[in-house]
Design a protein around this ligand. Structure first.
Ligand SMILES: O=C(O)CCC(=O)C(=O)O
Length: 351
C-alpha cells in the first residue's frame, strides 16, 4: 500500500514536471547554494512520466478514483457524539439524551485496549464490519469488554420505546442495612423455567417467561451471537426514570451464578456512567477463603482502584472472570441524566 502511494506521488511530481517543462521553451532552472534546482527539459530519449504512463496504460485519474472506491482507502466515518448537544433542539433524540460529557477515562490501572481484530473489515460482499470492542483487563482474572456501538441507533430506539411501554415494571421494597427502602429504579425479571430463584436485598422477584417477551428473545439471540460460548438463561431489567434513579455499589456474586459469571449488560436511552471499584481486601478474602492479611499481601492495594465507562444508547458491556468476586459496580445518581435509561443484564444461573 505504501509502495503504491509512493509511486502515485512520484508519478504526480513527474507529471507536473513534464507539463511545466514542455509548456515552456526555456526550462525554469534556478540555483541554491551553487546547486542546480527546478524543472529541467527531459533529455532526448529520456523516459518521462508521460512515456511510462502511456506504455503502462496508467492514468492517474483512474488510479485515484479506484483508490477512493476501494476498501484500502475508507473516508473517516462520521461518529456523532451521542449527546443532546449533537442533535437539533427539536429532534426527539435531543430530549432523550442528556448527559453531554465526553467518555471519562478509566481511573488508575490498565486502560481499554483494542481486542484482536478491532476495526477489522471482513472480506466478502454484504458482511458488516464487527463493531469496535474495548477490552479492559482489571487484573487478577477480571475483565470488562465494552462494545459502544453494539446495536444500530434507530433499532435501539425502537426497542427502547417497546420495552418502556410493554415490560411490567415494578418498584419493589428491598432491605438495605436492616431498613426497608423502595428500590431506586424499576425492575423486572425474566428466566428459564425451573432455575433456582433469584433473591437479592431480601427481595425475590417474580420470574416471567421469555415466551411472553419475544423481543427479549431477539435481543438475547443478538447478545449470544456477539459473545460466542455464552449461554444466558435469565435477565434482570432495570429502568432508571431520571437523574435520581440509581443502583448503589454491589456485586452480582450470588452463589446461583457460580464463581466466574459472565454478565452482559445492554443499554437503551439516556447514557449513564457505570463505575467499577475494587472490593475492599477483607471482602475479597472472605470470598476466596483467605485471611485478611493474606489477601492484603496478595492484592497490595492501598487506595481502591476505580474504572468508569460511559454506557451509551445501544452499547453492550460484559463483566467476566472474577469481576463479581473482586469488584463492585454502581450506576450513581447524576444530575444531568434527566431522561429514562433501560438496562438489560443477561446472566447464567447454574443448573
Ligand atoms: O444498570 C446497569 O448498568 C447496572 C445494573 C446492575 O448493576 C445490576 O443489575 O446488577
Amino acid at each position: 500500500m505504501a509502495g503504491v502511494l509512493l509511486s502515485a506521488a512520484v508519478a504526480c511530481v513527474l507529471l507536473a514536471g513534464t507539463v511545466t517543462a514542455s509548456s515552456s521553451s526555456s526550462p525554469r532552472v534556478f540555483t541554491v547554494g551553487g546547486e542546480e534546482r527546478g524543472w529541467r527539459q527531459p533529455a532526448p530519449g529520456e523516459e518521462t512520466y508521460n512515456h511510462w504512463a502511456t506504455k503502462n496504460r496508467f492514468h492517474v485519474g483512474d488510479f485515484l478514483r479506484d483508490l477512493t472506491a476501494s476498501r484500502l482507502f475508507q473516508p473517516p466515518v462520521f461518529d456523532p457524539p451521542s449527546t443532546a448537544a449533537s442533535f437539533p433542539a427539536a429532534s426527539p433524540m435531543a430530549s432523550r439524551l442528556r448527559l453531554g460529557q465526553p467518555s471519562p477515562n478509566p481511573g488508575p490501572g490498565p486502560s481499554p485496549s483494542p481486542s484482536p481484530g478491532e476495526g477489522k473489515i471482513e472480506e466478502g460482499e454484504g458482511r458488516k464490519p464487527e463493531p469496535r470492542r474495548e477490552v479492559t483487563d482489571l487484573g487478577g482474572g477480571s475483565e470488562v469488554v465494552h462494545i459502544p456501538r453494539f446495536m444500530a441507533r434507530e433499532r435501539a430506539w425502537e426497542l427502547f420505546e417497546h420495552l418502556d411501554k410493554r415490560i411490567p415494571w415494578t418498584r419493589p421494597t428491598i432491605r438495605v442495612f436492616g431498613r426497608s427502602v423502595v428500590q431506586p429504579r424499576d425492575t423486572c425479571y425474566v428466566a428459564d423455567k425451573g432455575l433456582t430463584d433469584l433473591r437479592y436485598s431480601g427481595h425475590q422477584p417474580h420470574a416471567h417467561s421469555w415466551d411472553d417477551f419475544p423481543v427479549l428473545k431477539d435481543i438475547l439471540k443478538e447478545v449470544h451471537e456477539a459473545l460466542p460460548g455464552s449461554h444466558f438463561n435469565s435477565l434482570l431489567l432495570n429502568r432508571y426514570k431520571g437523574c435520581s434513579d440509581y443502583v448503589s455499589w454491589h456485586a452480582d456474586d450470588e452463589p446461583l451464578y457460580g464463581p466466574t459469571p459472565e454478565i452482559a449488560s445492554v443499554t437503551f436511552g439516556c447514557e449513564r456512567e457505570f463505575l467499577l471499584r475494587k472490593k475492599p481486601a477483607n471482602t475479597q478474602s472472605q470470598a476466596a477463603g483467605e485471611s485478611g492479611e493474606t489477601a492484603r499481601k496478595r492484592l497490595k492495594v492501598s487506595a481502591p482502584q476505580q474504572h468508569s465507562f460511559l454506557l451509551k444508547h445501544g452499547s453492550l458491556l460484559v463483566m467476566k472472570g472474577y469481576t463479581q468476586r473482586d469488584w463492585q459496580h454502581a450506576v450513581p445518581k447524576r444530575a444531568r441524566a434527566a431522561s429514562t435509561r433501560i438496562n438489560l443484564t443477561f446472566r447464567h444461573v447454574l443448573p
